[in-house]
Design a protein around this ligand. Structure first.
Ligand SMILES: [Zn+2]
Length: 610
């Protein structure tokens, strides 16, 4: 209580100073719209521009938050007139600034909007559900005056009883129906999202870091307690990643689980300096626990890139006319790689599970343009042509991270890694010391080896596909892009189960050479296979026995139930012989049985904690 009192007096003191004063009413809503009033700071120019962001940090898409603001008007001081003109989707020109008493507008949310263009990824958006929960990404609720984005901001909330703002900001005062949240400036405001609801929170103390886990789960399928049990080991693993000490004193994981699906069709999270906001499906906890860990690791690691290591484009972020950096491979790619790798390294997942994640990324990357320069794509990511390849930052971007990690291990004989490079970069640069976009590759080359510079120029800036076979070979793994195999199949028929729990053929679209000889028809019910009744209970055993024991040329008999012309069921015997079917399989990783000592050593360095 003492602390709160202290904060309150502190807030009151600053209040008298020059600041934005926002008054927000979360109780009396008008048609699911939240009314906002702004008493502006003082200005030293006559004409001012008030804007809502077009783009926000951590997203690589133009969202134009001004689209969700309605009925904005300026209330002039007594006996004065103020001119207001909307100049684009997000910004308003206002003059004379000295005559503004306040600005009033209504916020509609992005999660339930009827605007179907440029749908906002939900973790970057806003949700207004009166009396139950408000997701407030502040840039979707509040604007800023251009050239006055460094003034302090106070948000005075009137809230439903019992509601609590889950957020990482610590400068606030709370009471039963009114809260005041205070921010140093607009950049800080944008960096601290809030979820207002009846709280379910758990706090963890990881060494010197206080971690808040807040959970909104409408049907209570997930709880903050359960999530904290998932994240505890991960946070200790992250502590090791950061060499013994997490990089922040306070961090908030803000989880929102939805039972309705999302407008964007996606789920995920957005990172901030001391928090991350998650929007995930509300499903049974067992099915989502690994996803929670993967996404939480990814968002937390963003503290390193881009929140600490970043270029000037990000440091001096312009919410309305942003310049994008060339280095999404670094910000998203290495983050995604480490999110999985650190879990393997610390024993939270097995090496096999980790390599399966890598294989999935190789497979997914095949769906993108592999010869588009990654730096060019990053720099132009707001343009539709390049944006189509944006999601490859989580696939190929992560693979770039893996290649660099293995290459660094090889060059340094196991003593240096991508993790160490990033930690060194974070010491060299830092949250308020950006690097120059064009100088980064030279810088990294100087800190490491010529081959690293060559790799970055050839495969990240250049247009050559990643040399995966070569990189995997350094750690004694054989990567094969495509190989043809011959195998015993069940004919390539697609099946389903009918209301009598019988297995029947739904499609012959994928039928193979072995299957063709039986002349199946769509709708055939498979009654028996080689004289054994084929049922839901027996199918799995029959299939596995057949695929392991059958020999080419063995006779095969299917008995199917098929309707004759009159619509009566009849049993038909279909005969054929076992044949092997050729199939191309893509992207496989095998252990090289003849690994050299050096390969063995590097594999151990890469995938174990010794
Ligand atoms: Zn990310």
């Amino acid at each position: 209580m003492k602390k709160l009192f202290f904060l309150f007096s502190f807030v009151s003191l600053i209040k008298a100073q020059d600041a934005y004063q926002y008054n927000v009413d979360l109780v009396n809503l008008e048609n699911k719209r939240v009314k906002v009033e702004l008493i502006p700071p003082t200005f030293n120019s006559d004409t001012i521009t008030y804007c809502f962001p077009a783009v926000v940090p951590g997203t690589y898409e133009k969202y134009d938050f001004g689209r969700f603001i309605q009925d904005l008007k300026v209330v002039p001081k007594k006996n004065a007139n103020v001119f207001l003109k909307k100049i684009d989707e997000n910004c308003y020109k206002i003059y004379p600034s000295k005559d503004i008493d306040k600005i009033v507008y209504y916020v509609t949310d992005t999660w339930h909007t009827s605007i179907k263009e440029k749908i906002v990824f939900e973790p970057a958006g806003t949700s207004i559900l009166p009396d139950s929960v408000f997701v407030i990404n502040n840039f979707g609720f509040y604007g800023y005056f251009r050239n006055y984005d460094n003034k302090p901001i106070y948000i005075n909330y009137t809230k439903p009883k019992g509601f609590y703002p889950a957020t990482a900001i610590t400068t606030f005062t709370l009471s039963e129906t009114k809260d005041v949240l205070q921010y140093k400036n607009y950049h800080e405001l944008a960096d601290f999202p809030v979820i207002y609801s009846i709280p379910d929170t758990t706090t963890l103390n990881i060494h010197n870091t206080k971690v808040l886990i807040s959970c909104y789960s409408p049907n209570k399928k997930l709880t903050s307690q359960y999530i904290s049990s998932l994240l505890q080991n991960l946070l200790y693993a992250l502590t090791n990643f950061f060499e013994g000490q997490l990089p922040v004193n306070k961090y908030a994981f803000l989880f929102y689980f939805t039972d309705k699906g999302t407008l964007s069709g996606a789920s995920g999270a957005l990172e901030h300096n001391q928090s991350s906001l998650y929007v995930l499906p509300e499903i049974d906890s067992i099915y989502i626990s690994q996803t929670i860990r993967d996404v939480a690791a990814h968002e937390f690691l963003h503290i390193l890139t881009p929140l600490t290591i970043h270029s000037e484009e990000i440091e001096y972020f312009d919410f309305n006319y942003p310049k994008m950096s060339k280095h999404l491979w670094l910000y998203e790619g290495t983050t995604e790689y480490h999110a999985h790798y650190l879990q393997e390294k610390e024993g939270l997942i097995s090496p096999d599970e980790f390599l399966n994640v890598i294989l999935e990324k190789i497979h997914n990357a095949d769906g993108f343009n592999d010869t588009m320069s990654f730096t060019k794509m990053s720099e132009n990511v707001l343009l539709p042509y390049y944006h189509q390849n944006y999601n490859n930052v989580y696939e190929k971007g992560a693979l770039i991270g893996m290649c660099l990690d293995i290459l660094l291990l090889k060059e340094s004989k196991g003593t240096y890694s991508l993790r160490k490079l990033l930690l060194d970069l974070s010491k060299k640069y830092g949250a308020s010391k950006p690097f120059k976009d064009d100088a980064l590759f030279d810088e990294i080359e100087q800190m490491t080896y010529p081959s690293i510079g060559l790799f970055l120029r050839r495969y990240v800036e250049g247009t050559k596909p990643l040399p995966l076979s070569e990189i995997f070979s350094y750690v004694g793994l054989k990567f094969i892009k495509e190989k043809e195999i011959e195998e015993i199949t069940f004919g390539g028929i697609d099946v389903s189960v009918n209301e009598n729990e019988q297995i029947y053929i739904t499609s012959l679209d994928n039928i193979d050479e072995f299957g063709k000889q039986f002349k199946f028809k769509e709708g055939d019910i498979i009654y028996s296979f080689n004289n054994r009744l084929f049922t839901l209970e027996s199918a799995e055993e029959i299939l596995s026995e057949f695929s392991t024991t059958a020999k080419v040329g063995d006779p095969v008999v299917f008995e199917v139930i098929r309707k004759d012309k009159k619509g009566n069921n009849q049993t038909v015997k279909l005969k054929g012989k076992v044949k092997k079917v050729k199939r191309v399989i893509k992207n496989t990783i095998d252990i090289d049985e003849n690994m050299s000592e050096e390969q063995k050593f590097l594999l151990k360095k890469w995938l174990t904690n010794e």
